[in-house]
Ligand binder design. Structure first.
Ligand code: SF4
Ligand code: SF4
Length: 398
């Protein structure tokens, strides 16, 4: 851990190993506990296997070390970060260190009292999630009665003068409501609306057959978004990203493995992306054991997919490899069982057909006939117990 007597500026001046830039964005996943049970949650499906949490002093060490490395953006996330009663202490410390801070929350537990305290602590920004614009679907997808409460929380966030991103994960169930979701964000005074099409990791991968939209749904939703963008101008910025499965080239995942993003899981495991825990054969270092500097620059986990040497064909000799870096390692593993393969979203991948099959199946299906699996402790324990190491298409992870 950091020598706390050492000023941040002095630590910043340490030489960087050649070729590896420092992290810019720290995501502090304070807890996997959450009052909601979203069917698309990106937390590991076996999160109950990782139930220990860093204490306040350990998190403060993480913030100091990350800032000394160069990180400037800090997200407090989870689970639900408001379940940690030291959140305000951590925000205050982050502010003193010079981070730009964002609270990523379901809103449950965000009372006026806590908003006051978070304002005093120096929190910069709040991202509030909704599951839909209707009470019925919002409450169904989270398996809680929270819609009305979230609406009151949105009002309170604005009343306390915070800039607000409203986030809504999109999928087959709510894509037809995109216009209503935008109307809701406008009525709430959100400065930004993130329409985050589901990416199929964690619980969303487990529920993929039920959540996968049709190409027509996406096309219609995109047209609605474009119409609103023209009409509302700068009043609210709307982000809409098409899900990978409908593309022919993969995303430049996390802007590159070990490139800008540093995630710390509740138990202190350091991760190069939110879902990296799903990958086999990698031991993720823990901030309880070694310094963040060693983790970022020297650990096998953070170096494994940096650069191009790890690539297999067709990526290795591909003239587009500097653009997308071969795509997402977690998606490559989930769909091909080998994280060093090309992301099969790419139509040059010999496994691209596995993506096409999923999209075709969604188009052929008339209704969401299969029950969804909610993110809760009982399901997590059950999936963890029945995990088959040889079948990455199962909901469970290593
Ligand atoms: S996606 Fe839902 S269940 Fe998962 S952490 Fe966020 S609010 Fe909780
Ligand atoms: S083959 Fe690999 S590097 Fe080339 S475009 Fe596809 S994913 Fe990107």
């Amino acid at each position: 851990m950091t020598d706390l007597s050492q000023p941040v500026a002095a630590a910043e001046s340490e030489a960087q190993p050649a070729g590896v830039a420092p992290p810019l964005w720290l995501l502090a996943e304070l807890t996997y506990r959450c009052p909601l049970h979203c069917v698309f949650c990106y937390n590991p499906v076996n999160y109950t296997d990782h139930s220990s949490e860093l204490d306040t002093a350990q998190w403060i060490d993480v913030l100091r070390e990350a800032r000394a490395l160069g990180a400037a953006q800090l997200g407090f996330s989870g689970g639900e970060p408001l379940l940690r009663d030291d959140l305000e202490v951590l925000v205050s410390e982050a502010r003193k260190l010079g981070f730009y801070t964002n609270l990523i929350t379901s809103g449950i537990g965000l009372t006026d009292k806590r908003l006051d305290a978070l304002k005093d602590a120096g929190l910069d920004h709040i991202q509030l999630s909704f599951q839909d614009s209707t009470q019925e679907l919002n409450d169904f997808l989270s398996s809680t009665r929270t819609f009305e409460l979230k609406k009151r929380v949105a009002e309170a966030i604005k009343a306390h003068g915070f800039p607000m991103v409203l986030n809504c994960v999109l999928h087959r169930y709510n894509l037809p409501h995109v216009d209503k979701i935008i109307d809701m964000a406008l009525a709430m005074g959100a400065e930004y609306l993130e329409l985050a099409n589901t990416q199929y990791y964690g619980w969303a991968h487990t529920n993929r057959a039920q959540l996968m939209p049709t190409a027509e749904q996406l096309k219609e939703a995109e047209a609605v978004v474009e119409r609103y963008r023209r009409e509302i101008g700068e009043r609210c910025r709307i982000f809409f990203v098409v899900p990978d499965y409908f593309e022919r080239r993969p995303k430049r995942c996390m802007n590159g493995w070990g490139s800008v993003f540093l995630g710390i899981a509740p138990d202190g495991a350091a991760l190069p992306c939110h879902t990296a825990r799903s990958l086999p054969g990698l031991t993720f270092p823990n901030v309880r054991d070694i310094s963040l500097r060693e983790i970022w620059y020297e650990s096998d986990a953070f170096n494994r997919f940096r650069g191009f040497d790890w690539m297999k064909e067709p990526c290795r000799s591909c003239d587009e490899k500097t653009i997308d870096l071969g795509g997402c390692r977690c998606q490559a593993y989930l769909l091909t069982q080998d994280p060093a393969n090309a992301d099969p979203v790419c139509d040059k991948s010999p496994h691209h057909e596995s993506v096409i099959r999923v999209v075709r199946a969604a188009a052929a299906r008339e209704a969401n006939e299969q029950p969804v699996l909610f993110r809760n402790d009982a399901n997590s324990r059950r999936l963890a117990a029945t995990h088959d190491d040889d079948d990455p298409t199962q909901g469970t992870r290593k």
